[in-house]
Design a protein around this ligand. Sequence first.
Ligand SMILES: [Fe+2]
Length: 150
Amino acid sequence: MGPYLAVVNPVLWEIGHVAWFHEYWTLRHAAGHTPLIERCDRLWDSSAVPHATRWHLDLPDRTGTRGYMADVLARQQQMLGRGVDDATCYFYDLSVRHEDMHVEALTYMRQKVLRGGCWATSARIARPAYRNFFTLDRSDVFAGFRTCAM
Ligand SMILES: [Fe+2]
């Protein structure tokens, strides 16, 4: 999961939260489905799960989280294949825009690499005494997701 950082979420939590948001608004709120995972609101509802506790939740592992994401997407595709009205489209649009915001957050996270860099950071630029921070124009640096270790 990686160490606690006040300015980012754990990646595993973040991607599960994005899937949860899609499920919550498009499948449950707009279409009346029941939750795909019974405890999903206790895991990924950002209004109910304080930031500091996101490192200590009993989250599904990476395979489980990816499976949840795939299940949500498959159900959305089924719903969209049948056609949805404008009111429902609003919730798909909301979820996609929310996902875009989290992609920006993931980009931000990518730059928050721990001391020494990640497995792919060149020894030439790894700095063991402090956090590496490289701007996006440094295309020669692979920052990876070391802080969030999926
Ligand atoms: Fe969110």
